[in-house]
Design a protein around this ligand. Structure first.
Ligand code: DAH
Length: 364
């Protein structure tokens, strides 16, 4: 063997030794990356952190990617060794990432469930609900009582012509009820109605008997606002027109109405009175709710409380509306809704009914 040949062999050996050192170093480097990365993944506490690790190791400029890029320089024998190791590590890292991500996700979910939990045993917030005004309670009872007896509930305008409020109700020019000191005039022949009796006329003009209506609504008078008066208050009118209607029907109807509204023990007293639109006419008192008739502060010692005006419809009123009084007759009454409400709930001042003080309203 020539010296030259020996030298070549030695050089080749050196080369081989160098390469095997390089493989060893690369493998060690890959191992190191693998160990560091798996530890970092295990310690990461957020999805973002895990994702950062993935980019740092497996991304385009990642550490493992960089190692793989150097593989081009390796010989044909070395490449599969490094390649196999690198793949093995990549798979291990990828599966560790996937596992950690799913662990963190379920952890997040549990934390959210815990933090956002609602304690269904806590006391709720009270929603304060509105309630009907006491007068609405009485009115709806009244409507029910009369509907059950076959009446229809109708309404009429608050701004009304004098012929419906006065003339056709037999209340002629010069009658004190028409006085400007009592009535709000809008024009000479237009007023704020002073009574719901105007609806009687409108009803009879538009309908033929048999008629049975009640008509609740606001009425207006030039009164002071005090414990017993108000420039606006509420009435309910009733009208029945048919053949053979008598005062007895009026009495029976009022008895039934009041007993249903206030209970069977209530008693009624009819006193002769005068209204231009009824003949005969009566004022009707009820036995006092508080003392039952013995006399107390509520009834001012009388035992009776004045409740309403009523009567047999005047033949002229029927005639005014084109109804023949020889064939038909009727009865009518008008009751103050404020008054029956105040009696029912023992309210002693009319102003409470209109001031809408919540401390008052909440009691009903
Ligand atoms: N309109 C009367 C008032 O305001 C109440 C009244 C009395 C109505 C007798 C009637 C009735 O229908 O017949 O005081």
């Amino acid at each position: 063997m020539t010296k030259k040949a020996i030298a070549v062999i030695i050089l080749e050996d050196i080369e081989r030794i160098k390469e095997s050192i390089m493989i060893k170093e690369t493998l060690e480097k890959i191992e190191q990356i693998s160990a560091d990365t798996l530890a970092a993944i295990a310690e990461s506490v957020s999805l973002d952190a895990v994702n950062d690790i993935r980019v740092k190791i497996l991304g385009k400029k990642g550490e493992l990617t960089a190692v793989l890029k150097t593989m081009g320089k390796l010989s044909a024998e070395e490449r599969p060794v490094i390649g196999a190791k690198a793949n093995e590590v990549r798979e291990a890292v990828e599966s560790a990432i996937a596992e950690q991500m799913s662990r963190l996700k379920s952890l997040n979910y549990e934390t959210r469930l815990r933090e956002e939990a609602i304690d269904v045993t806590l006391p709720g917030k009270r929603v304060s609900l509105g309630k009907p005004h006491p007068m609405s309670n009485v009115l709806s009872d009244m409507k029910e009582i009369f509907r059950a007896m076959g009446y229809t509930v109708v309404t009429g305008p608050e701004i009304e012509e004098t012929r419906y409020v006065f003339d056709m109700l037999n209340t002629k020019e010069g009658h004190p009820a028409r006085d400007e000191s009592d009535t709000f005039y809008i024009e000479n022949d237009v007023v704020l109605r002073t009574q719901t009796s105007s609806v009687q006329i409108r009803t009879m003009l538009e309908n033929k008997p048999p008629i049975a209506i009640i008509s609740p609504g606001r009425v207006f008078r030039r009164d002071e606002f005090d414990a017993t008066h108000s420039p606006v208050f509420n009435q309910c009118e009733a009208l029945v027109v048919d053949k053979n209607i008598t005062f007895a029907d009026l009495k029976g109807t009022l008895e039934t109405f009041m007993k249903r509204l206030y209970g069977d023990s209530v008693r009624l007293r009819f006193r002769p009175h005068h209204f231009p639109y009824t003949e005969p006419s009566a004022e009707v008192d009820l036995s006092c709710f508080k003392c039952g008739g013995d006399g107390c502060s509520m009834c001012k010692g009388e035992g009776w409380i004045e409740m309403l005006g009523a009567g047999v419809v005047h033949p002229q009123v029927l005639r005014n509306c084109g109804i023949d009084p020889e064939v038909y007759s009727g009865f009518a009454f008008g009751v103050g809704l404020d008054r029956i409400t105040m009696m029912r709930y023992e309210i002693d001042d009319l102003r409470h009914m209109y001031e809408n003080d919540l401390r008052f309203l909440k009691q009903f």
